[in-house]
Design a protein around this ligand. Structure first.
Ligand SMILES: [Mg+2]
Length: 132
C-alpha cells in the first residue's frame, strides 16, 4: 500500500522550520515499512534559499532508516497524471478529518500514534502485536 504522510504535527511536533520532537511515529512507520508498505512524504516544507526545511524532514527519515518511496509525489503517478496531489491509498495528516490527535497544554495538536496504530490494525494494515 502507498501511504502518504505529512510531517509537521504528524511525524513530529510542530516546530517549523525546526524539526520538532518525537511523538511516537517512528516505531509505527518502521512497522509499516517492515510490513511492505511504501511511504510518500507530502508536506508544505520546501527548500528555498538557505531554508532547508524539506531536506531536514527527508533527513529525519534517513536518520531513522525509514525509506521514502517518494517526496512530494508518488514516483509512479507521472505516467498517468500531471496532478500535484501525491497519489496514495491512505493519507496520514494531523489536519485530516478524523485523525486522532493529542492536544498538549502548550503548542499545536499532533497525531496520536497509539490510536493511529490501533486504527491501522483495525484496517488490517498492521498486525496486532498486543500479545508479544
Ligand atoms: Mg501537519
Amino acid at each position: 500500500m502507498d501511504i502518504v504522510i505529512d510531517f509537521d504535527g504528524t511525524c513530529v511536533m510542530h516546530q517549523y522550520p525546526a524539526v520538532g520532537r518525537e511523538i511516537g511515529a517512528t516505531p509505527v512507520l518502521r512497522e509499516l515499512i517492515d510490513a511492505g508498505h511504501r511511504l510518500i512524504l507530502f508536506t508544505m516544507r520546501s527548500d528555498r534559499g538557505k531554508n532547508r526545511a524539506l531536506s531536514d524532514a527527508v533527513e529525519w527519515f534517513r536518520e531513522r532508516d525509514i525509506p521514502l518511496f517518494g517526496v512530494q509525489t508518488n514516483p509512479l503517478q507521472r505516467i498517468w497524471t500531471s496532478s500535484p496531489k501525491a497519489y496514495g491509498n491512505l493519507y496520514i495528516d494531523d489536519s485530516a478529518l478524523g485523525c486522532p490527535l493529542v492536544f498538549p497544554e502548550d503548542g499545536f495538536p499532533y497525531v496520536d500514534w497509539k490510536q493511529v496504530r490501533r486504527m491501522l490494525v483495525g484496517m488490517d494494515i498492521l498486525k496486532d502485536n498486543s500479545e508479544q
